[in-house]
Design a protein around this ligand. Structure first.
Ligand SMILES: [Zn+2]
Length: 418
C-alpha cells in the first residue's frame, strides 16, 4: 500500500479536513477485523473517526440485527487489550418468558446464551417472585440488595438522552423505617456516581404479556436496576425492603430452561447499518487504490451519506442465488467483502460493494461515473472474525477458495497464473 503524500495534500478522505489524523481500521475492528496490517494511516481525521464512526459502529455493533448476529457468532469483540470481551447486546429490554407469566430480565453471555439475571419481581400486593440462574447467584444478589437498602439514603440514577451523549439524572431518596421519600429535586450530571440504584421503566407499548409492578435485578456489570411500571420508585423500594427481610432461600429458582422464549427490543436508526458498510467500502478503496482515487468528486455523495446520513447510502440484501452461492464458498466464520466495477463509457466506471457479514450479504453502489480503477477489480477481502485476521484475495485466489469447496473443478487450473 502506498500512502505517501506531501504534507500539504494530507486531507481527511471523508471530510477533506486537515486532521489531526488517527489510525482507522480498514474493516471495523469490532466486526472481527482487529488486524493491524489493515489500517488506514493519516487518511481519516480523528473527528470523523471518533465522533462520527465511533458512534455509528457502537450502535451497529451493540444494538442492531448485526450486533445480535455478532453476539451469537463472534467470541471476542477485539483481538487484544483490555477491551477483549465477548460482544454484548444493548437493547431497550431483554426479557424471557417465565412460568409465572411475568417476564424475567435477562442478558446474554458468550455466544448470546440467555442468562436470567438475579431478580425480585412484585407480582401482587404482598407477593413477589425471584429468579436467577442458580441459588448462589440469588443469594449473593439478595445480600448486596439488603446492604444497599440498609443505607439511610439511596442515590437513584436514570439515563437521559441518546446513547452517544448520555446524561444522568440523579435523585436522592431518604429512608425512614421502611419508607422512602425523595429529598430535593433532580439534577443532571455527566457521570453517574460509583454507588447508585439505576432506574428504568417498563415500556408498556413495547412489552408483550403481563408486566410486574416493579422488578429489581442485578445486571451483568454488577449494577442494581429498579424497573417500574405501575408503582412509584418509593413504593417499590418500600416493598423490596420488606421482601428482602422475609426472603427465604428455599424459594424455587429458575435453572436450565429448555427452548427459552426470548424477547429483545432493539431500536435501530434507519440507515446506520448501510452507513457502516459503505464506510468499509470507501476504506477498502482507499486501502487498495489509494487516497487519490477516493478523492474523486464522484464519491462525495456516498461520503456525505456516511458522515451525516443524508443522502441515504442505499443498499439492499443480496437475494440472488448465484451470488449467494459464490459468497458461501468462503470458509466458516468469515465475512466476505468484495469490490467490483461496472465499466461505463469514456473510461469511467461504477463501483459496487458486496459485504457478507455474519451470513447476511448486503450490496450497494458506492459511486457512478468515477475513473476506471488502475488495479484489477473485483478484489476480495476475507475476515476471519474469530481470529481477527484479514486476507486480501484476487478473483483468481478467491476462485481457488471456490474450487476447494468443490464448487468448480476448473479452479485447479488457475494456480499457475497467480
Ligand atoms: Zn474527517
Amino acid at each position: 500500500m502506498n500512502t505517501q503524500s506531501t504534507a500539504s495534500s494530507l486531507l481527511c478522505i471523508y471530510c477533506d479536513g486537515p486532521g489531526p489524523f488517527s489510525d482507522e481500521h480498514v474493516i471495523s475492528a469490532g466486526l472481527g477485523a482487529d488486524d493491524s496490517r489493515f489500517l488506514l494511516v493519516d487518511m481519516v481525521c480523528r473527528r470523523c473517526n471518533t465522533d462520527v464512526f465511533g458512534n455509528l459502529e457502537r450502535e451497529v455493533l451493540r444494538s442492531s440485527p448485526i450486533g445480535f448476529a455478532r453476539a451469537f457468532m463472534q467470541p471476542q469483540g477485539r483481538d487484544r487489550g483490555k477491551r477483549t470481551t465477548a460482544p454484548g447486546i444493548q437493547a431497550q429490554y431483554k426479557q424471557m418468558a417465565n412460568g409465572s407469566g411475568y417476564p424475567d430480565e435477562i442478558d446474554f453471555g458468550p455466544h448470546a446464551k440467555p442468562l436470567v439475571l438475579p431478580q425480585l419481581k412484585i407480582t401482587g400486593e404482598k407477593t413477589f417472585d425471584s429468579s436467577a440462574v442458580g441459588p448462589d447467584e440469588l443469594r449473593s444478589f439478595i445480600t448486596s440488595l439488603s446492604t444497599m437498602l440498609q443505607n439511610d439514603q439511596v442515590t437513584c440514577i436514570r439515563k437521559r438522552g441518546p446513547e452517544h451523549e448520555l446524561r444522568y439524572e440523579a435523585i436522592t431518596l431518604l429512608r425512614s423505617g421502611e419508607s422512602y421519600t425523595q429529598v430535593g429535586g433532580s439534577k443532571l450530571q455527566a457521570k453517574p456516581p460509583q454507588e447508585c440504584l439505576w432506574l428504568e421503566s417498563y415500556d408498556q407499548t413495547r412489552t408483550k404479556g403481563m408486566i410486574p409492578a416493579a422488578t429489581i435485578f442485578l445486571n451483568l456489570n454488577g449494577s442494581i436496576v429498579l424497573k417500574t411500571s405501575s408503582t412509584t420508585v418509593e413504593d417499590a423500594l418500600h416493598f423490596f425492603v420488606r421482601a428482602v427481610d422475609q426472603f427465604s432461600f428455599d424459594t424455587q429458582v429458575t435453572k436450565d430452561i429448555e427452548g427459552p422464549i426470548v424477547s429483545v427490543g432493539l431500536t435501530v436508526t434507519i440507515g446506520v447499518i448501510e452507513r457502516v458498510i459503505a464506510k468499509i467500502g470507501i476504506n477498502l478503496l482507499a486501502y487498495y487504490l489509494g487516497r487519490d482515487y477516493v478523492a474523486d468528486f464522484g464519491f462525495r455523495k456516498v461520503k456525505d451519506g456516511i458522515l451525516t446520513g443524508t443522502p441515504s447510502v442505499g443498499g439492499q440484501i443480496v437475494e440472488d442465488v448465484s451470488m449467494k452461492a459464490m459468497l458461501d464458498a468462503a470458509p466458516n466464520n468469515h465475512h466476505v467483502i468484495f469490490l467490483s466495477k461496472v465499466s461505463q463509457s469514456g473510461g469511467r466506471a461504477a463501483i459496487i460493494l458486496v459485504a457478507k457479514l455474519y451470513g447476511v450479504a448486503h450490496i450497494m453502489c458506492l459511486a457512478r461515473d468515477v475513473p476506471e480503477p488502475h488495479l484489477p477489480l473485483p478484489v476480495f477481502f476475507l475476515v476471519d472474525y474469530v481470529n481477527h485476521k484479514v486476507t486480501q484475495q484476487s478473483l483468481i485466489e478467491y476462485s481457488e477458495c471456490l474450487a476447494e469447496m468443490g464448487i468448480t473443478k476448473a479452479g485447479a487450473h488457475y494456480g499457475s497464473t497467480k
